[in-house]
Design a protein around this ligand. Structure first.
Ligand code: PLP
Ligand code: COI
Length: 339
């Protein structure tokens, strides 16, 4: 076992042993290659570098209580990466290549999977980039697919404790008909000013509103938004947010927990009516939200003033993490065990 304080692991990069790569050249994908280098040797005119032709994924491998390695819903990440690739005219990776690459990357770095009971997991980062040289704005003819892993703790250091966020209106992460529904780097570059602004104001993440009218809630930094009232889980239906696999999973299991689900546009005014609010995502896990500050209108919505998460968020959190870490049964077939 590595000499690491697993329970206090930050969400950061920690050098793994190996990564797995695959090249698309001359119209076809090659064989998987294993590398121990953390660096990519890439053409200076690669489309990824100049025109942002790149997409990535984020998923986790969990160490179960019997020591087994558990991967959560990788096929959903595959489908999303395929959509992202089509969205910005990249060559998608074949499904079997994706699966083999992530399973191999996890297995080769098995010693970096945090022990069960620490709350930490092995974050898996598949990356697809236009590696071919172009100087005109057009899709590359060559692509590189890389999968690396790194052990991580939760994105929000507080763990399962409420965080405070702030509404930003003077920058958007995506345009109304832009790439918000794809997991492409440009969205994250565009979100940096909003993240900086909210951090400087003392808040953990920006809450983005729809970029056309600023009337509806979109999402929270690198996580989806949910609000809870009248025993109902309410989450925005918007074509400029990333379709979160965590959110989809919560919506699928909520009825079995006796919780109703609504996916629909959520007007900003509705913030006043929620009993609980939270952020969800692979990195964020489920982060309850204590307060939402509206930076422009000097008003604050409060959901938790005693530093405790609400009962429904807690119920969802326990069930989801129970399935991921193997403390609960997985009736949905969401987990694959890596032998
Ligand atoms: N929204 C954004 C912008 C994200 O980057 C992420 C992280 O992947 C999510 C939401 C959550 O998605 P998922 O639950 O699939 O990790
Ligand atoms: C994830 O939850 O996997 C994310 O992509 C968040 C990351 C951008 C920090």
């Amino acid at each position: 076992m590595e000499n690491i304080d697993w329970s206090n692991l930050p969400f950061g990069y920690h050098k793994p042993d190996y990564n797995v790569r695959c090249h698309f050249k001359n119209g076809k994908w090659g064989e998987l290659e294993i590398s121990s280098s953390e660096y990519l040797n890439i053409h200076q005119a690669a489309t990824a570098l100049h025109y942002g032709q790149q997409a990535f994924e984020g998923m986790k491998a969990y160490r179960g209580k019997n020591g087994e390695i558990r991967i959560f819903r990788w096929e959903e990440n595959y489908k999303r990466m395929e959509r992202s690739a089509h969205g910005i005219l990249m060559e998608p990776v074949p499904k079997q290549t994706f699966k083999d690459a992530i399973f191999k990357a996890v297995k080769l770095n098995e010693r970096w999977i945090p022990p069960h009971g620490t709350g930490a997991a092995l974050y898996i980062r598949p990356l697809l980039i236009g590696s071919g040289a172009e100087i005109g704005v057009k899709p590359a003819k060559e692509y590189l697919f890389v999968v690396f892993v790194t052990p991580v703790g939760p994105y929000f250091k507080a763990g399962f404790k409420p965080i405070d966020i702030a509404i930003v209106r003077d920058s958007d992460r995506t345009a109304p008909l832009g790439t918000g529904m794809y997991k492409v780097g440009g969205n994250y570059a565009a979100s940096l000013p909003g993240i900086k602004e909210t951090k400087e104001a003392g808040y953990a993440q920006p809450l983005y509103l729809d970029s056309k009218e600023k009337k509806y809630i979109d999402e929270i930094g690198a996580a989806n938004f949910f609000g809870i009232k009248n025993n109902t889980y309410i989450t925005p239906d918007s074509n400029s947010i990333l379709p979160s696999i965590t959110n989809k999973s919560i919506q699928e299991m909520a009825p079995d927990l006796g919780i109703k689900v609504e996916a629909r546009p959520v007007p900003v005014e509705e913030l006043e009516t929620f009993e609980e609010v939270g952020a969800c995502g692979t990195a964020a896990i489920i982060a309850p939200i204590g307060k939402i500050k509206d930076l422009d209108q000097d008003r604050t919505f409060t959901y938790s003033s005693d530093g405790k998460p609400g009962p429904i968020s807690t119920k969802i959190y326990n069930k989801l993490l129970g399935i991921q870490f193997g403390d609960e049964e997985d009736p949905y077939g969401w987990i694959d065990i890596i032998e």
